[in-house]
Each structure stands twice: as C-alpha cells, then as structure tokens.
Design a protein around this ligand. Sequence first.
Ligand code: ATP
Length: 199
Amino acid sequence: MYLKELTLKGFKSFASSTTLRFEPGITAVVGPNGSGKSNIVDALTWVMGEQGAKNLRGTSMEDVIFAGSASRPALGRAQVSLTIDNTDRTLDIDYTEVTISRTIFRNGGSEYAINGAPCRLLDIQELLSDTGLGAQMHVIVGQGRLDQILHATPAGHRAFIEEAAGILKHRRRKERALRKLAATEANLARLDDLLGEIR
Ligand code: ATP
C-alpha cells in the first residue's frame, strides 16, 4: 500500500484543482515559505477524517476553504481526494486502487466518498484503521508533533502506543457499543415506568 495521488480543489491556498502524484519510496515537497507545503499535509489529514480545526491550523472547519486572494474570489467549497494503491490488499476492500474524498461546503454540510460512492466518516475511519493511516495516526508527524510526543503525559504516551498497536479501532467500537447500551437501558427503564402505569 502506498499513497498514489492527492488532488486538492479549493482547499486552503490551492484554489485551482491541483494533483500531486507520488511514487513508491520517498517524496520531498520543496518550496519557499508560505508556498503551501504544510497545506498539502493538512489536506492529507483532512481527507482521512480530521475533525479538529485546530489540528488543521485554523479556527473553524470552513477555514480550509479557499478564502480568496487579490486576483481570485473566495470559493464555496473545498474538496480533497486521496488515491491509495491497494495492490497488496492492506485495505480491507477488494480494489487495487482506493480513492477517498471529502468535500465541505461554505454554507454548511460535508460529504465523504469511497471510490465515488457516498459514505459516512465512520466508513473511512474503519477502512483506514489498523493500516497506520488515519487522521490521528502517528504516520503524520507535523511541525511541533515530536515535541508533543516527547512532552506527553503517561496517558498521552499510552494513546500513541495504542494507535500503533491498532487498539484504537476497538476502543472506538467499544465506546459506540457502550453508548448504544446506555440508550437501550434508558429505553428499558422507560418501558418499566409505562408498564408500572398500566398495571
Ligand atoms: P513554511 O515553509 O513557512 O512552513 P508552507 O509552504 O508550509 O510554509 P503553508 O503554511 O502550507 O506554507 O501555506 C500558508 C499559505 O496558505 C499562506 O499564504 C496562507 O495565506 C495560505 N492559506 C491558508 N489557508 C488559506 C485559505 N483558506 N485560503 C487561501 N489561502 C490560504
């Protein structure tokens, strides 16, 4: 598995559709300060489901949409697509190439898709879990992140280890199951009340 292609359209400083193609091995992105190198890394994190505007160096999620420049008006939406080579079937899906996309609209709302088919954020998170990829994964080490790891609390260190060990997916599933259980218990209690009233 390797990242094959990243397309940004209306994402941060990339107003026009821009596609970066990567080969297996090491890719270096070079450019002057402020030319958009970190925006490319932000796009990678964002398309993989990042939900925190702060982690994308903004204050609200809409900050990822091209805000306009002297020569171009602001845009109404941002879209990022990431194509992953899946010849080795690391991703548990029967395609040799998998494209995940995310779109956000300035007037609210967002969309996710896997190979063009609309899906939920959860589907993308589940697809990428256990692969080392994902918005919160150790695979993306941004500026200042090493400092964060070095100065993390013991609980923080544990979270990094859990990520690497692939426990995160099960923790998320457990949390979802516990939420469902609590809702079911509340429904049962309500049912008991109603039965008590009828009797
Ligand atoms: P450095 O080498 O200094 O870290 P960089 O190449 O990583 O720089 P980025 O931080 O990726 O640069 O890009 C910063 C640029 O992106 C700034 O010029 C900023 O104005 C622009 N930018 C960020 N968000 C938006 C947006 N929503 N709309 C338009 N431009 C944006």
